[in-house]
Design a protein around this ligand. Structure first.
Ligand code: ADP
Length: 402
């Protein structure tokens, strides 16, 4: 099946075009991104399976125009991969927040779209862009089935005592305030892959998956099911991130709001855009720069690195306790896959849990899929490059085929 996957952000769209039946080579025929939608200097860049690369600059006023550009490139004589729009069998959309309604992927129809619109309140930073992408595709590809794949869906198996906050229960009932968790497609993909690599039955699989990128989250995956995760009602909770604070005492936020006389919007920006690695280091939200500065002796960069790694270590301990054991730890995402320093610092001192990192396997700065624990390590540690788009494509195929 030929499937277009779309990941629509507020000013960007990332896409991949899959041929799921392709036997040889990569199932991805083309992948690319449109950046700076609605701004000056908008650009589409695509690379094709055979190495062909193209960049197109243009006036891309909105998500509809961006998707028209994507379709035009996919169809173009020189850089395309299809001859007719009808060759696109289905479109899979990444949707960030599924709320309590969507516990799995869905075929999108008008009813689904209206529930998504009702849910905007839950994810005002993300879902509106996802919806814009869906509506634009509905206009441009009227006959093509579409599927929504939710970042929250994999975490719908959390027990109530893990997903509820210590707030008045009535607020959960009234506003659906609870932990949802995100990066679900990634945690699902790497936990499945870890199981394949370890070759043990699902019942013996207590895994902790660490998705560490600009946004970072961890999940406790027991017998293939997510039983706890660090992100919460929004993707702000949990680990320290590029520009997001992660866990912080709500009382401190209230105190800052009072002292600095911040509005809701301002405090939102503070926590989401000016905190995390950026806020602590004062240098960068990018882990590569943090590591460079740290190695050059910058104390604030070192502090940001220490907070980042300490929290991950702390959650590993708590998730091992929550599951009553641990068989494997997976690192994925830009930082998790590439940073040997982060992995080394996170796992330092965890030999009491049965973790034995092998530095000759860990140290090469390569994102290649591999075990980085010693052969005798009771807990296996793995680097597994994530592939959220593949999950979206396969989910789309599954729903459309049914
Ligand atoms: P996103 O969450 O936006 O998808 P990514 O998963 O691409 O982000 O991760 C981006 C992060 O990965 C950045 O902090 C970047 O510095 C980090 N990263 C990428 N390559 C390396 C590397 N070789 N060493 C350390 N960090 C890296």
């Amino acid at each position: 099946m030929k499937i277009l996957t779309l990941n629509c952000g507020s000013s960007s769209i990332k896409y991949q075009f899959f041929d799921t039946h392709r036997e040889e080579g990569d199932k991805v025929l083309a992948k690319g991104a449109v950046e700076r939608i609605g701004m000056k200097g908008a650009i589409l860049a695509q690379s094709r399976y055979d190495g062909d690369k193209v960049k197109v600059a243009g006036e891309i006023v909105d998500h509809g125009a961006a998707i028209e550009y994507i379709l035009a490139i996919l169809l173009s004589a020189n850089h395309g991969v299809i001859k007719d729009r009808g060759e696109i069998d289905a479109v899979g959309h990444r949707v960030v927040h599924g709320g309590e309604v969507f516990t799995g992927s869905v075929l999108i129809d008008q009813d689904v779209l209206s529930v998504l619109n009702d849910n905007i309140d839950l994810a005002p930073l993300h879902n509106p862009a996802n919806i814009k992408g869906i509506v634009a595709c509905q206009k441009l590809m009227k006959e093509t089935p579409m599927v929504g794949v939710f970042d929250t869906a994999f975490h719908h198996t959390l027990p109530d005592y893990a997903y509820l906050y210590g707030l008045p229960y009535v607020l959960y009932k009234r506003y659906f305030i609870r932990r949802y968790g995100f990066h679900g497609s990634s945690h699902y993909f790497v936990s499945q892959r870890a199981q394949e690599l370890m070759g043990k039955p699902l019942e013996e699989m207590k895994l902790i998956t660490c998705h560490l990128g600009n946004g970072s989250s961890m999940a406790a995956v027991d017998c293939g099911k997510s039983v706890d995760t660090t992100m919460g009602f929004t993707p702000l909770e949990g680990l320290l991130m590029g520009t997001r604070s992660g866990d912080v005492d709500a009382g401190a936020v209230l105190h800052i709001m009072g002292r600095e006389e911040l509005s809701l919007g301002e405090v939102n920006t503070l926590l989401n855009k000016h905190s995390g690695l950026m806020g602590i280091s004062g240098i960068s939200s990018d882990m590569r720069e943090i590591e460079e500065e740290m190695e050059g002796g910058n104390e604030r960069a070192k502090l940001a690195f220490n907070i980042f790694t300490y929290r991950i270590k702390k959650y590993i301990g708590s998730y091992a306790a929550a599951m009553g054991g641990l068989d494997g730890i997976v690192f994925t995402g830009g930082i998790g896959e590439n940073s040997n320093l982060v992995r080394r610092e996170v796992l330092k001192g965890l030999d009491f849990l049965g973790v034995d990192l092998d530095s000759t396997k860990n140290d090469p700065r390569s994102s290649e899929e591999r075990f980085v624990s010693g052969d005798d390590s009771r807990v296996k540690v793995m680097v597994i490059p994530t592939n959220e788009e593949l999950v979206i494509a396969l989910e789309t195929e599954r729903l459309v085929a049914n």
